[in-house]
Design a protein around this ligand. Sequence first.
Ligand code: ADP
Length: 483
Amino acid sequence: MLTDVLIQENILEQIQECFIKIDFNWNCLYANQKAIEFIEKPLNEVVGKSIFQLLVTNDVDILNQNLKKINLEKTSINFELYLINKKQNVSIRFFGGKTDINIYFTPNYIDNQFYKAFKHSPVALSITKIEDGSIIDINNQFEKLFKFNRQDVIGNKITDLNIIEEPLDRIKFLRMLRAKGNVKNYKTNAVLKNGSVINIDLSSRIIELNSKQHILSTIIDISKKEILTKRIIKINNELESKVNHRTWELTKLLERERKINEMKTNFVSSASHEFRTPLATISTSLWILEKYLKPYQTNKTAIHFNRIQKSIDQLIKILNNFLSLDQLEQGKVKNSNSKFNLKKLSNEIIEDIACSLKKGQKINLIHFGESMVFTDKNILKNVIINLLSNAIKYSNENDEIELNIFIKHKNVVISVKDNGIGIPSQDEFLIFTRFFRAKNALNIQGSGLGLNIVKSYVELLKGTISFTSKINVGSQFTVKFKY
Ligand code: ADP
């Protein structure tokens, strides 16, 4: 009998399959070399040990059931089990005899696509049993992230390993998972094997494996992201306070500038008022003087009388501009709308302004559409006079100037076109700025206030003003508004 056993064992040593013989208490009686290699323990540590200890499996129940089957029913068995080996996961096919419990198996190292994907996923993954929280599998990234070896983890409980720092957090997470079946992007802290703590983004889902519920979890280390986010928030805050400080400084500067401007305008407007009376006196006296001296007048005296009168007119114009500006700034200019004939008004303006035309200059009125408008007559008159005065001033003798009027369905377009000196393109963006004068206009008299005032007037009419210009070719200013 003994020799029989020896012969049998000798034969079993030769075969390429794993072979384990167990008694009815599931303890190992014998294991062949192949099985020893698989279990990775010397024979003396294997014999006498329970099969459940030797073949760590996540499916103890199935193994148990099948072993019972051989024991009770003396049937042969043939089933496949997925076993967790400390080193690698394997699937094992079991064959059992009828009379005794001999287990033959060939480890079949799991090598399917999905398992490979699980193993080599760049995200840390773990599978735990839902019933007791024991870890049945982890992937390489999990080992790398938590600095645990498979041996430290497999079969152990998440709670024993203290992976999630806050127990209450873990309980809360599990409660959510049980209620919904999955939890996404749960932010918590995890403890590594070396005790250091990292911020993780944990997502889990309940899955079924071998008809049992398990938790599949993905763990992403977001510590760096958190640090970056904190840094960005800090930088943002610093920037914001810098911007606030600068804004405060700028507001102060602007306020100072506003005050200085206000003082300047106040001074200019009160000075303008003061100048108007003596100017009026000069003008009247000049007129009287001209009358007295008429009998003695020569060509030369006439030229000088004319010059004095022109200079007075110019001064009055400048003073009027200052005063308009002051009134506009103080909001004193209010619209007073009425219905009037714009075509007629345009003709009147052309007649009035004729005295300031240069030699040979001519203003052509081109009118399309309706004639009547409903708006502030004085404001519109000032706008047209200002634009025409500029066209006259900045174009040459004998040049023609066009005043175009177009009125349709309450839309009004007025444009003044000249063939004058034009505006240098680099100066265009400043043209409506107060006191701005283009480089090519410096030797022509002016204050740089007219267009600024025109713009404010057009705004009062809720309209727009634009222009096109080409140096030495001419300019066209266009005002549009709706009434
Ligand atoms: P002013 O004519 O008194 O200088 P404005 O505010 O009316 O002031 O005009 C500002 C500047 O715009 C002028 O100095 C001139 O350089 C330019 N400008 C205005 N109208 C014309 C025009 N029709 N042709 C050429 N340049 C113009």
